[in-house]
Design a protein around this ligand. Structure first.
Ligand code: NAD
Ligand code: WQD
Length: 334
Protein backbone atom coordinates (compact mmCIF):
# COMPACT_ATOMS: atom_id res chain seq x y z
CA UNK A 1 0.00 0.00 0.00
CA UNK A 2 0.96 3.62 -0.39
CA UNK A 3 1.00 5.14 3.09
CA UNK A 4 1.18 8.85 3.89
CA UNK A 5 2.98 9.37 7.18
CA UNK A 6 2.50 12.81 8.74
CA UNK A 7 5.24 13.61 11.24
CA UNK A 8 7.30 10.87 9.57
CA UNK A 9 10.71 12.38 10.35
CA UNK A 10 9.86 12.49 14.08
CA UNK A 11 10.80 9.95 16.73
CA UNK A 12 7.95 7.43 16.42
CA UNK A 13 7.20 8.33 12.79
CA UNK A 14 10.73 7.54 11.56
CA UNK A 15 10.73 4.11 13.23
CA UNK A 16 7.29 3.42 11.78
CA UNK A 17 8.47 4.36 8.28
CA UNK A 18 11.27 1.80 8.63
CA UNK A 19 8.86 -0.96 9.70
CA UNK A 20 6.34 -0.04 6.96
CA UNK A 21 9.07 -0.23 4.33
CA UNK A 22 10.28 -3.58 5.72
CA UNK A 23 6.69 -4.84 5.39
CA UNK A 24 6.66 -3.87 1.71
CA UNK A 25 4.70 -0.60 1.82
CA UNK A 26 5.52 2.58 -0.05
CA UNK A 27 5.91 5.63 2.14
CA UNK A 28 5.28 9.33 1.56
CA UNK A 29 6.26 11.65 4.43
CA UNK A 30 4.81 15.06 5.28
CA UNK A 31 6.59 16.97 8.05
CA UNK A 32 7.25 20.66 8.71
CA UNK A 33 10.48 19.75 10.57
CA UNK A 34 9.47 21.82 13.61
CA UNK A 35 10.71 19.01 15.87
CA UNK A 36 12.82 16.78 13.61
CA UNK A 37 15.71 16.93 11.20
CA UNK A 38 15.90 16.38 7.48
CA UNK A 39 18.87 13.96 7.92
CA UNK A 40 16.38 11.39 9.24
CA UNK A 41 15.44 10.73 5.60
CA UNK A 42 19.04 9.69 4.85
CA UNK A 43 19.06 7.44 7.91
CA UNK A 44 15.81 5.74 6.88
CA UNK A 45 17.42 5.15 3.47
CA UNK A 46 20.61 3.81 5.08
CA UNK A 47 18.57 1.35 7.18
CA UNK A 48 16.12 0.20 4.50
CA UNK A 49 17.71 1.04 1.14
CA UNK A 50 14.45 2.83 0.27
CA UNK A 51 14.03 6.52 -0.48
CA UNK A 52 10.86 7.98 1.02
CA UNK A 53 9.12 10.68 -0.94
CA UNK A 54 9.23 13.76 1.30
CA UNK A 55 7.20 16.96 1.46
CA UNK A 56 8.30 19.71 3.83
CA UNK A 57 4.77 20.80 4.54
CA UNK A 58 2.70 21.93 7.49
CA UNK A 59 -0.54 20.01 7.98
CA UNK A 60 -2.23 23.40 8.51
CA UNK A 61 -1.32 24.20 4.88
CA UNK A 62 -4.38 22.94 2.99
CA UNK A 63 -2.96 23.65 -0.50
CA UNK A 64 0.29 21.95 0.45
CA UNK A 65 -1.62 18.82 1.49
CA UNK A 66 -3.79 18.95 -1.64
CA UNK A 67 -0.59 18.90 -3.69
CA UNK A 68 0.59 15.79 -1.82
CA UNK A 69 -2.69 13.98 -2.50
CA UNK A 70 -2.75 15.15 -6.13
CA UNK A 71 0.77 13.86 -6.77
CA UNK A 72 0.38 10.55 -4.91
CA UNK A 73 -2.29 7.89 -4.85
CA UNK A 74 -2.53 7.46 -1.09
CA UNK A 75 -4.28 4.38 0.35
CA UNK A 76 -4.04 5.21 4.03
CA UNK A 77 -2.64 7.86 6.38
CA UNK A 78 -0.74 7.40 9.63
CA UNK A 79 -1.01 10.69 11.46
CA UNK A 80 1.83 11.46 13.90
CA UNK A 81 2.26 15.19 13.20
CA UNK A 82 1.62 17.12 16.37
CA UNK A 83 3.18 18.99 19.26
CA UNK A 84 3.71 16.84 22.36
CA UNK A 85 5.31 18.73 25.26
CA UNK A 86 2.93 18.79 28.24
CA UNK A 87 4.54 21.80 29.96
CA UNK A 88 4.66 23.86 26.78
CA UNK A 89 1.00 23.05 26.15
CA UNK A 90 0.10 24.60 29.53
CA UNK A 91 2.05 27.76 28.63
CA UNK A 92 0.83 27.95 25.02
CA UNK A 93 -2.53 26.19 24.85
CA UNK A 94 -3.73 27.96 21.72
CA UNK A 95 -0.63 26.88 19.82
CA UNK A 96 -1.42 23.26 20.78
CA UNK A 97 -5.12 23.47 19.93
CA UNK A 98 -4.37 25.10 16.58
CA UNK A 99 -1.54 22.80 15.57
CA UNK A 100 -2.94 19.49 16.77
CA UNK A 101 -6.68 19.96 16.36
CA UNK A 102 -6.94 22.34 13.40
CA UNK A 103 -4.14 20.39 11.71
CA UNK A 104 -6.05 17.12 12.08
CA UNK A 105 -9.31 18.66 10.86
CA UNK A 106 -7.60 20.07 7.75
CA UNK A 107 -5.87 16.76 7.10
CA UNK A 108 -9.18 14.86 7.33
CA UNK A 109 -10.92 17.39 5.10
CA UNK A 110 -8.27 16.99 2.42
CA UNK A 111 -8.38 13.20 2.79
CA UNK A 112 -12.16 13.23 2.28
CA UNK A 113 -11.78 15.53 -0.73
CA UNK A 114 -9.49 12.94 -2.33
CA UNK A 115 -11.60 9.95 -1.25
CA UNK A 116 -8.96 8.64 1.18
CA UNK A 117 -10.92 7.50 4.21
CA UNK A 118 -8.43 5.46 6.18
CA UNK A 119 -6.42 6.94 9.07
CA UNK A 120 -4.39 5.71 12.04
CA UNK A 121 -4.11 8.35 14.76
CA UNK A 122 -1.42 8.76 17.46
CA UNK A 123 -3.27 9.12 20.71
CA UNK A 124 -1.84 8.71 24.16
CA UNK A 125 -2.38 7.05 27.52
CA UNK A 126 -2.71 10.61 28.77
CA UNK A 127 -6.41 10.43 27.77
CA UNK A 128 -7.03 8.18 30.81
CA UNK A 129 -6.35 11.20 33.04
CA UNK A 130 -5.90 10.20 36.70
CA UNK A 131 -6.71 6.48 36.58
CA UNK A 132 -8.83 4.91 39.30
CA UNK A 133 -7.39 1.46 38.60
CA UNK A 134 -4.73 -0.25 36.52
CA UNK A 135 -4.19 -1.92 34.09
CA UNK A 136 -5.95 0.56 31.83
CA UNK A 137 -8.52 -0.80 29.40
CA UNK A 138 -9.71 1.03 26.29
CA UNK A 139 -13.25 1.44 27.64
CA UNK A 140 -12.17 3.11 30.91
CA UNK A 141 -13.42 6.69 31.52
CA UNK A 142 -11.42 9.39 29.78
CA UNK A 143 -10.30 12.80 31.01
CA UNK A 144 -7.24 14.99 30.80
CA UNK A 145 -5.04 17.07 33.05
CA UNK A 146 -3.34 19.39 30.54
CA UNK A 147 -3.99 21.04 27.13
CA UNK A 148 -1.79 18.54 25.27
CA UNK A 149 -3.90 15.68 26.61
CA UNK A 150 -7.05 17.61 25.78
CA UNK A 151 -5.97 17.88 22.14
CA UNK A 152 -5.64 14.09 22.00
CA UNK A 153 -9.01 13.50 23.65
CA UNK A 154 -10.74 16.08 21.44
CA UNK A 155 -9.22 14.60 18.29
CA UNK A 156 -10.45 11.15 19.34
CA UNK A 157 -13.94 12.68 19.65
CA UNK A 158 -13.68 14.38 16.26
CA UNK A 159 -12.61 11.13 14.60
CA UNK A 160 -15.46 9.23 16.26
CA UNK A 161 -17.95 11.85 15.04
CA UNK A 162 -16.45 11.62 11.56
CA UNK A 163 -16.93 7.86 11.56
CA UNK A 164 -20.51 8.13 12.89
CA UNK A 165 -21.33 10.57 10.10
CA UNK A 166 -19.75 8.45 7.37
CA UNK A 167 -19.17 4.73 7.98
CA UNK A 168 -16.97 4.50 4.90
CA UNK A 169 -14.13 5.76 7.06
CA UNK A 170 -11.73 3.30 8.68
CA UNK A 171 -10.25 4.98 11.76
CA UNK A 172 -7.84 3.39 14.21
CA UNK A 173 -6.86 5.26 17.35
CA UNK A 174 -3.67 4.00 19.01
CA UNK A 175 -3.08 5.02 22.60
CA UNK A 176 0.66 4.82 23.24
CA UNK A 177 2.06 4.36 26.70
CA UNK A 178 5.69 5.54 27.25
CA UNK A 179 7.80 4.97 24.12
CA UNK A 180 11.56 4.77 24.67
CA UNK A 181 14.47 3.02 22.93
CA UNK A 182 15.76 3.38 19.42
CA UNK A 183 16.46 1.46 16.22
CA UNK A 184 19.33 -1.01 16.62
CA UNK A 185 21.38 0.86 13.97
CA UNK A 186 21.73 3.85 16.31
CA UNK A 187 20.79 6.08 13.37
CA UNK A 188 17.31 7.12 14.47
CA UNK A 189 16.03 7.74 17.98
CA UNK A 190 14.85 10.47 20.29
CA UNK A 191 17.13 13.47 20.50
CA UNK A 192 15.27 16.42 22.02
CA UNK A 193 16.80 19.89 21.97
CA UNK A 194 17.60 21.48 25.32
CA UNK A 195 16.67 20.01 28.68
CA UNK A 196 14.42 16.97 28.21
CA UNK A 197 11.03 16.66 29.90
CA UNK A 198 10.80 12.89 29.69
CA UNK A 199 12.66 10.34 31.76
CA UNK A 200 14.72 8.33 29.24
CA UNK A 201 16.09 11.34 27.30
CA UNK A 202 17.03 12.86 30.66
CA UNK A 203 18.80 9.63 31.73
CA UNK A 204 20.83 9.54 28.49
CA UNK A 205 21.83 13.22 28.87
CA UNK A 206 23.07 12.50 32.41
CA UNK A 207 24.81 9.26 31.41
CA UNK A 208 26.61 11.15 28.62
CA UNK A 209 27.53 13.93 31.07
CA UNK A 210 25.62 16.60 29.19
CA UNK A 211 23.59 17.15 32.37
CA UNK A 212 24.96 16.59 35.88
CA UNK A 213 22.22 14.72 37.70
CA UNK A 214 18.78 13.21 37.21
CA UNK A 215 16.01 14.50 39.45
CA UNK A 216 13.66 11.67 40.48
CA UNK A 217 10.29 13.32 40.89
CA UNK A 218 9.01 11.93 44.18
CA UNK A 219 9.70 8.76 46.19
CA UNK A 220 6.56 8.86 48.30
CA UNK A 221 4.05 7.42 45.82
CA UNK A 222 2.10 4.33 46.88
CA UNK A 223 4.36 2.06 44.79
CA UNK A 224 6.89 -0.56 45.99
CA UNK A 225 9.88 1.82 45.86
CA UNK A 226 7.86 5.04 46.12
CA UNK A 227 8.71 6.27 42.59
CA UNK A 228 6.23 6.56 39.71
CA UNK A 229 5.40 3.49 37.63
CA UNK A 230 4.92 3.62 33.86
CA UNK A 231 4.51 1.18 30.97
CA UNK A 232 7.66 1.77 28.90
CA UNK A 233 7.43 0.40 25.38
CA UNK A 234 10.22 -0.03 22.82
CA UNK A 235 9.65 2.34 19.91
CA UNK A 236 10.30 -0.48 17.41
CA UNK A 237 7.46 -2.50 18.98
CA UNK A 238 5.29 0.59 18.77
CA UNK A 239 6.20 1.01 15.10
CA UNK A 240 5.27 -2.62 14.46
CA UNK A 241 1.89 -1.91 16.07
CA UNK A 242 1.24 0.60 13.29
CA UNK A 243 2.04 -1.94 10.58
CA UNK A 244 -0.41 -4.36 12.22
CA UNK A 245 -3.01 -1.56 12.53
CA UNK A 246 -2.74 -0.79 8.80
CA UNK A 247 -3.36 -4.48 8.08
CA UNK A 248 -6.52 -4.49 10.23
CA UNK A 249 -8.40 -1.29 9.35
CA UNK A 250 -12.07 -1.99 10.11
CA UNK A 251 -14.43 0.83 11.08
CA UNK A 252 -13.67 2.81 14.24
CA UNK A 253 -11.25 1.03 16.57
CA UNK A 254 -9.22 2.00 19.64
CA UNK A 255 -6.17 0.10 20.93
CA UNK A 256 -3.75 0.51 23.80
CA UNK A 257 -0.16 -0.06 22.75
CA UNK A 258 1.84 -0.93 25.84
CA UNK A 259 3.64 -3.94 27.28
CA UNK A 260 1.24 -4.42 30.18
CA UNK A 261 4.17 -4.27 32.59
CA UNK A 262 4.97 -1.30 34.80
CA UNK A 263 8.47 -0.18 35.85
CA UNK A 264 9.29 2.45 38.43
CA UNK A 265 11.65 5.36 37.80
CA UNK A 266 14.32 3.62 39.87
CA UNK A 267 13.73 0.29 38.08
CA UNK A 268 14.46 2.03 34.79
CA UNK A 269 17.49 3.94 36.09
CA UNK A 270 18.96 0.78 37.63
CA UNK A 271 18.30 -1.28 34.49
CA UNK A 272 20.02 1.42 32.41
CA UNK A 273 23.07 1.49 34.71
CA UNK A 274 23.35 -2.32 34.73
CA UNK A 275 22.87 -2.94 31.03
CA UNK A 276 25.13 -0.15 29.83
CA UNK A 277 27.76 -0.09 32.59
CA UNK A 278 27.50 3.68 32.95
CA UNK A 279 26.82 5.92 35.90
CA UNK A 280 23.55 7.85 36.26
CA UNK A 281 23.75 10.05 39.35
CA UNK A 282 20.33 10.94 40.67
CA UNK A 283 18.71 12.74 43.56
CA UNK A 284 15.17 12.59 44.88
CA UNK A 285 13.18 15.75 44.21
CA UNK A 286 9.62 16.84 44.93
CA UNK A 287 6.80 15.28 42.95
CA UNK A 288 6.22 16.88 39.53
CA UNK A 289 2.81 18.60 39.46
CA UNK A 290 0.28 16.66 37.41
CA UNK A 291 2.12 13.31 37.66
CA UNK A 292 0.21 10.16 38.56
CA UNK A 293 1.53 7.33 40.71
CA UNK A 294 1.07 4.48 38.31
CA UNK A 295 -0.16 3.57 34.87
CA UNK A 296 0.20 0.57 32.66
CA UNK A 297 -1.80 -0.90 29.83
CA UNK A 298 -4.10 -3.80 29.38
CA UNK A 299 -3.00 -4.56 25.82
CA UNK A 300 -5.24 -7.61 25.37
CA UNK A 301 -7.35 -6.03 22.63
CA UNK A 302 -4.32 -5.28 20.45
CA UNK A 303 -3.20 -8.90 20.89
CA UNK A 304 -6.59 -10.37 20.04
CA UNK A 305 -7.57 -8.11 17.14
CA UNK A 306 -4.23 -6.98 15.66
CA UNK A 307 -2.15 -10.01 16.63
CA UNK A 308 0.31 -7.55 18.19
CA UNK A 309 2.32 -7.87 21.37
CA UNK A 310 5.45 -6.07 22.50
CA UNK A 311 8.54 -8.22 21.97
CA UNK A 312 11.28 -6.15 23.57
CA UNK A 313 12.02 -5.91 27.27
CA UNK A 314 13.25 -3.02 29.34
CA UNK A 315 16.90 -4.05 28.93
CA UNK A 316 16.60 -3.80 25.13
CA UNK A 317 15.02 -0.38 25.57
CA UNK A 318 17.89 0.82 27.78
CA UNK A 319 20.58 -0.67 25.54
CA UNK A 320 19.20 0.79 22.32
CA UNK A 321 18.59 4.24 23.87
CA UNK A 322 22.22 4.39 24.95
CA UNK A 323 23.51 3.04 21.62
CA UNK A 324 21.61 5.81 19.83
CA UNK A 325 22.92 8.49 22.22
CA UNK A 326 26.55 7.42 21.80
CA UNK A 327 26.29 7.19 18.01
CA UNK A 328 24.42 10.52 17.74
CA UNK A 329 27.16 12.22 19.77
CA UNK A 330 29.81 10.65 17.50
CA UNK A 331 27.97 11.93 14.43
CA UNK A 332 27.72 15.45 15.92
CA UNK A 333 31.44 15.55 16.74
CA UNK A 334 32.45 14.72 13.15
P1 NAD B 1 8.04 14.05 17.43
O1 NAD B 1 7.96 15.48 17.85
O2 NAD B 1 9.37 13.41 17.37
O3 NAD B 1 7.32 13.85 16.02
C1 NAD B 1 6.26 14.66 15.59
C2 NAD B 1 6.60 15.17 14.21
O4 NAD B 1 5.53 15.98 13.74
C3 NAD B 1 7.86 16.03 14.19
O5 NAD B 1 8.73 15.56 13.18
C4 NAD B 1 7.35 17.43 13.87
O6 NAD B 1 8.29 18.16 13.09
C5 NAD B 1 6.06 17.12 13.11
N1 NAD B 1 5.02 18.15 13.18
C6 NAD B 1 4.52 18.75 14.30
N2 NAD B 1 3.55 19.62 13.94
C7 NAD B 1 3.45 19.56 12.57
C8 NAD B 1 2.63 20.23 11.61
N3 NAD B 1 1.75 21.16 11.98
N4 NAD B 1 2.78 19.91 10.31
C9 NAD B 1 3.70 18.99 9.93
N5 NAD B 1 4.51 18.34 10.79
C10 NAD B 1 4.37 18.62 12.09
O7 NAD B 1 7.07 13.25 18.42
P2 NAD B 1 6.86 11.68 18.58
O8 NAD B 1 7.31 11.31 19.94
O9 NAD B 1 7.39 10.96 17.40
O10 NAD B 1 5.27 11.64 18.61
C11 NAD B 1 4.50 11.37 17.45
C12 NAD B 1 3.03 11.44 17.81
O11 NAD B 1 2.76 10.51 18.85
C13 NAD B 1 2.59 12.80 18.33
O12 NAD B 1 1.30 13.07 17.84
C14 NAD B 1 2.55 12.61 19.82
O13 NAD B 1 1.62 13.46 20.45
C15 NAD B 1 2.11 11.16 19.92
N6 NAD B 1 2.52 10.52 21.17
C16 NAD B 1 3.83 10.56 21.56
C17 NAD B 1 4.20 9.97 22.76
C18 NAD B 1 5.61 10.04 23.25
O14 NAD B 1 5.84 9.88 24.46
N7 NAD B 1 6.62 10.28 22.40
C19 NAD B 1 3.25 9.32 23.54
C20 NAD B 1 1.92 9.28 23.09
C21 NAD B 1 1.58 9.89 21.91
C1 WQD C 1 7.96 9.11 33.44
C2 WQD C 1 8.23 8.97 34.93
C3 WQD C 1 8.08 11.04 36.13
C4 WQD C 1 11.53 12.95 34.18
C5 WQD C 1 4.60 11.81 29.25
C6 WQD C 1 3.35 12.53 28.83
C7 WQD C 1 2.40 11.57 28.18
C8 WQD C 1 3.08 10.79 27.05
C9 WQD C 1 4.36 10.18 27.51
C10 WQD C 1 2.73 11.89 24.98
C11 WQD C 1 7.29 9.78 35.81
C12 WQD C 1 9.49 10.51 36.16
C13 WQD C 1 10.53 12.07 34.56
C14 WQD C 1 12.55 13.27 35.11
C15 WQD C 1 11.53 11.78 36.71
N1 WQD C 1 3.45 11.63 25.97
N2 WQD C 1 10.54 11.49 35.80
N3 WQD C 1 12.52 12.66 36.34
O1 WQD C 1 4.90 11.84 32.40
O2 WQD C 1 4.57 9.33 32.11
O3 WQD C 1 4.25 10.81 30.20
O4 WQD C 1 5.19 11.19 28.12
O5 WQD C 1 1.59 11.59 24.82
O6 WQD C 1 1.35 12.34 27.71
O7 WQD C 1 2.75 13.12 29.99
O8 WQD C 1 6.53 10.45 31.01
O9 WQD C 1 8.97 10.31 30.79
O10 WQD C 1 7.93 12.47 31.58
O11 WQD C 1 7.91 10.50 33.10
O12 WQD C 1 11.54 11.27 37.82
O13 WQD C 1 13.46 14.09 34.86
O14 WQD C 1 9.54 9.49 35.19
O15 WQD C 1 7.75 11.64 37.35
O16 WQD C 1 7.06 9.03 36.98
P1 WQD C 1 5.01 10.64 31.55
P2 WQD C 1 7.90 10.98 31.55
Amino acid sequence: MNILVTGGTGYIGSHTCVELIKAGHDVVIVDNLCNSKIEVLDYIKEITGYTCKFYECDILDREGLQKVFTENKIDSVIHFAGLKAVGESCAKPLMYYRNNISGTVILCEVMAEFGVKSIVFSSSATVYGIPKEVPLKEDFPLSTTNPYGSTKLMIEGILKDLYNADNEWDITVLRYFNPIGAHESGLIGEDPNGIPNNLMPYITKVASKQLPCLGVFGNDYPTPDGTGIRDYIHVVDLADGHVKAIDHMDGYQVFNLGTGVGYSVLDLVNAFIKVNGVDVPYEIKDRRPGDIAENFADATRAKEVLGWTAKYGVEDMCRSSWNFTVKALERKSK
